[in-house]
Write a protein that binds this ligand. Sequence first.
Ligand SMILES: *[C@@H]1O[C@H](CO)[C@@H](O)[C@H](O)[C@H]1NC(C)=O
Ligand SMILES: *[C@@H]1O[C@H](CO)[C@@H](O)[C@H](O)[C@H]1NC(C)=O
Ligand SMILES: *[C@@H]1O[C@H](CO)[C@@H](O)[C@H](O)[C@H]1NC(C)=O
Ligand SMILES: *[C@@H]1O[C@H](CO)[C@@H](O)[C@H](O)[C@H]1NC(C)=O
Ligand SMILES: *[C@@H]1O[C@H](CO)[C@@H](O)[C@H](O)[C@H]1NC(C)=O
Ligand SMILES: *[C@@H]1O[C@H](CO)[C@@H](O)[C@H](O)[C@H]1NC(C)=O
Ligand SMILES: *[C@@H]1O[C@H](CO)[C@@H](O)[C@H](O)[C@H]1NC(C)=O
Ligand SMILES: *[C@@H]1O[C@H](CO)[C@@H](O)[C@H](O)[C@H]1NC(C)=O
Ligand SMILES: [Zn+2]
Length: 446
Amino acid sequence: MKLLLVFVLLLNYLQAEQVWLVKFPYKHNYLSRIEKIFPLIDLIEYDYYQSSYIFLIPRNYASNFTHFIHQSKGSYRIIVDNTKDLLKKSRQQSKRSIASDNPLDKTYYQRFLSYDEQQDWSRLLSNSSLTNKSIRLHTIGQTYENRSLTVIEIHSKSHPRYRKGRRRKNAVFIDGGMHAREWLSIGVANYVIVQFLKLKGKDPKVKKILHYFDVFILSMMNPDGYEYSRNENRLWRKNRAPTIVSDYWSIDASCFGVDLNRNFPFQWNNTFGASPFPCSHSFSGLKPLSENEVQSVVNFLRNKTYTRHQFYAYFNLHAYGRFWLLPWTYTTLERVKNYDDLLKRSNNVASTVLNGTYKVGQASSVLYSCSGTSIDFAATLMPHAMTLELSPMYRGLPLCYDGNLRKDQNCTIGFMSGPEEIEIDGIEVFNAIVEYLYSIIQDNFV
Ligand SMILES: *[C@@H]1O[C@H](CO)[C@@H](O)[C@H](O)[C@H]1NC(C)=O
Ligand SMILES: *[C@@H]1O[C@H](CO)[C@@H](O)[C@H](O)[C@H]1NC(C)=O
Ligand SMILES: *[C@@H]1O[C@H](CO)[C@@H](O)[C@H](O)[C@H]1NC(C)=O
Ligand SMILES: *[C@@H]1O[C@H](CO)[C@@H](O)[C@H](O)[C@H]1NC(C)=O
Ligand SMILES: *[C@@H]1O[C@H](CO)[C@@H](O)[C@H](O)[C@H]1NC(C)=O
Ligand SMILES: *[C@@H]1O[C@H](CO)[C@@H](O)[C@H](O)[C@H]1NC(C)=O
Ligand SMILES: *[C@@H]1O[C@H](CO)[C@@H](O)[C@H](O)[C@H]1NC(C)=O
Ligand SMILES: *[C@@H]1O[C@H](CO)[C@@H](O)[C@H](O)[C@H]1NC(C)=O
Ligand SMILES: [Zn+2]
């Protein structure tokens, strides 16, 4: 028994990851060298102008990485000694409360629901007299661990012109939770559902949008990864499918899983932003479309089984950074055909609804290029596709990124945003989506 305990403790120790804040003395791109020497490192944030970076690193990198930092005359500080410690805080944040029988009640949207709670909530939405006339549920696939991918459809009566059959209604797709640790994107997707349902009979813009579009929302695109991030590793990003190097005895839990946002079947494995290493946080999979979640979404978008309508716009929610990102992601050298139109509309929403606090532009230029992403794939099917990176704010500790931070001050990283952030970001994002869709209707459909 004792031997087993020692073994389990050793395993825990070896699997642990740490979060480091690293500063280098010069403004110089250290990332490509770091990625080459330490392929399993995960860059969480960086500020090129301050030359500082936040990394998630496997513990067995610690001594070599320290060496590298010293050689580069940089300095570092360990922010999280063991990512397992982050679970305690998130358990408090997701505590269950008494469920209401009104699906629009705040007991649902003010919390980070577990997968089971999310499924219960979906069923309640489709079976409550308050909402069921406007809701349809679609199970578009199963994950590796056999969880259902449930899309919630919000619809209302078509515009008269559509009813006469002269034009077809179009469809909008919104997803959240593609990356397991980005809990806020799940909460905000749910909040968007609630707002559509609350305002569909009241707000003239929302009413009009639902005349022209049916809205399909998949709040939890990666439920296996999400449950893993709730119970095992708060900073988990990928799904939980086994890979070629992971097996039952595999000592390294991080060798499981594929980064879903590198697995889409367009320009797959075409830039270094997608990793060929199975133990990396951004492993692209062995081939495009290898993952159940990606297959299901691709089939859903392409195939008219679930919606008779053509998809027209896609909002892909991630957290965090306050970026509004347009395709292409895979290259900086080319632009989508209607790039100027996308940029104009996005800038307009960003400056009005978002008060200029989001950075707008082509994903590959504003952040970094990577291939096999969902918006790049979506841009081959429909005219409007974009990624919104939500807020990193956290009420409690300052963000480690804050330049005014004292040297020894405790700080936190953006993934840890609390449930109180859902509504604050939710209102902003809902209004942004409404303005964007409304602008499309005004210019193209009326
Ligand atoms: C650390 O560096 C040494 C010497 O270059 C190398 O042999 C070793 O594999 C490295 N360890 C890790 C975990 O990368
Ligand atoms: C749907 O609602 C009715 C009445 O509220 C209830 O009796 C029934 O069990 C519900 N069905 C499901 C599948 O939840
Ligand atoms: C909506 O829910 C109510 C109560 O559960 C039920 O009586 C009614 O038949 C449902 N309507 C539809 C269209 O599902
Ligand atoms: C998923 O369900 C299938 C069919 O019921 C079963 O064969 C398989 O073992 C399940 N997989 C997991 C990971 O539970
Ligand atoms: C992915 O791209 C790299 C670099 O071009 C290449 O070496 C590798 O074979 C590719 N992987 C697959 C599975 O095609
Ligand atoms: C469309 O989706 C349905 C349900 O997943 C599937 O049975 C069907 O084979 C798909 N059709 C095509 C052409 O992919
Ligand atoms: C908008 O931004 C300005 C300047 O950055 C700030 O003073 C103002 O309070 C912001 N308004 C809202 C509603 O966030
Ligand atoms: C940082 O947090 C640790 C653990 O909660 C605590 O012991 C320490 O005093 C804190 N340091 C500062 C500077 O607040
Ligand atoms: Zn993400």
